[in-house]
Write a protein that binds this ligand. Structure first.
Ligand code: PPS
Length: 305
C-alpha cells in the first residue's frame, strides 16, 4: 500500500476525482468489471461514514469474536478497497471462502457489476454533517488528498460534490434507493453503531447468516470499541509512512463521536447545509435516517439532522 506514491496525482474517472496515490484508471476500470462471487461481502460507504468500523466488525463476526486477525492483519488486507490498485493482488492471494471487500464507489458505477450477483452488500452511512467534519480533518493529515482550505471552502466543495470520491448526495441516494429491490443489501448507520454496538453487531451477524452467541458478541463489542481500535495499529493507520499520513497533524481515529459538527458549523453554514440538503433529498421518500445526539437517550428522529 505504500509503494506507489503519486501523492499529488488526482485520477478523474466518470467525472469523479480519486486520489492517484491509491487509484489508477486501470484499477478503477477493473472494479467496474469485477466478477463478484455470491459468497462475497461488500462494505459500501462514502468516506468517513464508518467504513473502518464495519471492516472491524466483519472480521470479528467471521472470527466469532476472536481478535487475532484484527490484531495481526491490516484492515486493507482483510477487506481491500475494490477500486484501489493493490486489491487485485490481495484478492487473488486470498484463501478466504467468504471474501470481505470494501468500496467507496457510487451505485451508478458499481451497480452493473453487482447485477445478478448474490454477494451481500452492507451500506454504511453517517450524518453528512459529521462526515464533512471528519473528512475535513482527514484532509489535513492525508497527504494524498488535496489541501483542505478553510472549513467554509471545504463545506462548499462537499455540498457541490467536487471533493474526492464525488457527491455524498449521489452516493447515498444511489445506494439507499436499492434497498427495496436488493434483498441482499443491509443499511447500517454510524449513529446506530454508536448507540447500540451490540445490537448492530447482532444485526450484521444475522444478515451474514453467522449468528453469534452472547459471549462472542460481547467480545466483538469490546474489540471494535473506539478505544480498542485507536490503539490497534492494524487499523489506526499508524503503519502508514508519515509522508503519506501525517499523524502529527491528526489521528485517523480522531474522536469517534456523533453530533460533533455542532462545534464546527456556524449558524450560517448550518442553514446553508439544510437548504442544500432539503433541495437535493426532497425526492427521497424511502430515505430513513436516524440521527441522535449522544447526550440524548430517547426518541429517534426521522430525517433530523
Ligand atoms: S475512511 O477513510 O473512509 O475509511 O474513513 P471511515 O472509516 O469511513 O471513517 C472514519 C471515522 O470513523 C470513526 N471511527 C469510529 N468511531 C467510533 N467507534 C469506532 N470504533 C470507530 N472506528 C472508526 C473515526 O474516528 C472517524 O470519525 P471522526 O469523526 O473523524 O473521529
Amino acid at each position: 500500500m505504500q509503494d506507489m506514491a503519486r501523492l499529488d496525482v488526482t485520477e478523474m474517472f466518470h467525472g469523479i476525482s480519486f486520489p492517484g496515490h491509491l487509484h489508477t484508471q486501470e484499477s478503477l476500470q477493473l472494479a467496474l468489471r469485477f466478477p463478484f462471487r455470491d459468497t462475497d461481502v461488500l462494505i459500501v460507504s462514502y468516506p468517513k461514514s464508518g467504513t473502518t468500523w464495519m471492516q472491524e466488525i466483519l472480521t470479528l463476526v467471521s472470527s466469532r469474536g476472536d481478535p487475532h486477525l484484527n490484531q495481526t492483519v491490516p484492515n486493507w488486507t482483510r477487506a481491500p478497497w475494490l477500486e484501489q490498485y493493490y486489491s487485485a493482488a490481495v484478492l487473488e492471494a486470498s484463501s478466504a471462502t467468504q471474501r470481505t471487500i470494501t468500496t467507496h464507489l457510487p451505485h451508478h458505477l458499481l451497480g452493473p457489476a453487482l447485477q445478478g450477483s448474490k454477494a451481500k452488500v452492507i451500506y454504511v452511512s453517517r450524518n453528512p454533517k459529521d462526515v464533512v467534519v471528519s473528512f475535513y480533518h482527514f484532509h489535513k493529515m492525508a497527504n494524498f488528498l488535496p489541501g483542505a482550505g478553510t472549513f467554509d471552502e471545504f463545506l462548499n466543495r462537499f455540498l457541490e460534490g467536487t471533493l474526492n470520491f464525488g457527491s455524498w448526495f449521489d452516493h447515498i441516494k444511489g445506494w439507499t434507493s436499492q434497498t427495496a429491490s436488493m434483498d441482499n443489501l443491509l443499511h447500517v448507520t454510524y449513529e446506530e453503531m454508536s448507540l447500540d454496538l451490540h445490537g448492530a453487531i447482532r444485526r450484521v451477524s444475522s444478515f451474514l447468516q453467522c449468528p453469534l452467541v452472547e459471549e462472542e458478541v460481547n467480545k466483538s463489542v469490546q474489540h471494535c470499541s473506539f478505544a480498542s481500535m485507536k490503539n490497534n495499529n492494524m487499523v489506526n493507520y499508524t503503519l502508514i509512512a508519515h509522508e503519506i499520513m501525517d499523524h502529527s497533524k491528526g489521528s485517523f481515529m480522531r474522536n469517534g463521536k456523533t453530533g460533533e459538527w455542532k462545534k464546527m458549523f456556524t449558524e450560517e453554514q448550518n442553514q446553508y447545509f439544510e437548504s442544500v440538503f432539503k433541495s437535493k433529498m426532497h425526492d427521497c421518500t424511502e430515505f430513513v435516517w436516524e440521527v441522535q445526539d449522544q447526550e440524548e437517550t430517547h426518541a429517534k428522529e426521522h430525517i433530523s439532522l
